[in-house]
Design a binder for this molecule. Sequence first.
Ligand code: SAM
Length: 245
Amino acid sequence: KTTHFGYQEVPVEEKAGRVAEVFHSVAARYDVMNDLMSGGVHRLWKRFTIELSGARPGQTILDIAGGTGDLTARFSRIVGPEGQVVLADINESMLRVGRDRLMDRGIAGNVEPVQADAQYLPFPDNTFDCITIAFGLRNVTDKDLALRSMLRVLKPGGRLLVLEFSRPQSKLLEKVYDQYSFRLLPFMGKLVADDADSYRYLAESIRMHPDQETLKQMMADAGFVDCEYHNMTGGIVALHRGIKP
Ligand code: SAM
């Protein structure tokens, strides 16, 4: 079956039941860890992202690196039956779990899952009113390429929102956060997901990610205008916004 955009839709059939099962349990633990690690605050970060998106009924939205579909679910309700939300992720299993979740919650009607790499988005120019990438840009190898690809598929006047870990704004918070990330986080990762290494890697990848001003400049260099960011939780997370001219 081809999608609205004429691309091959991700198969929904349970291909290998066991693989899917394993992945579902990984995804479930991943969601528990999201809540645990952030003390539930990631929900507020995501709510603010939705607010700043300015999404309206009837719009077309791309949630890239959408994972299990947290933002997609919220957008799906806002854009309604006349609108469309594309849940895109590079990982097919993640996408399948996301799609199952949305269907379980009865909100898959206007959602289209597409397997896609943020660096090479497989959509026509000027397609989307809004693009979000939440906790995903950090993992993309060539961020400039990804930003330019997002710019291309946005409509003129469309918005890009990047929700990502960033740099704490005070020395004290930075110290506390370092202790938390390099001691408590791997410990919790071991306890809940039996995986300390991934959470150690997570902390390291967050430190490597461009800080607020650097990312803002990267967005401007890619061609976005009116670039700005909002620090949340003292700069542990920042929401960047840019507009396609
Ligand atoms: N956006 C979701 C959220 O906020 O809960 C999921 C974030 S999860 C930490 C990161 C996701 O990025 C994963 O699902 C991963 O498969 C995806 N990802 C990594 N590299 C990607 C790329 N180059 N293009 C698209 N998705 C990518």
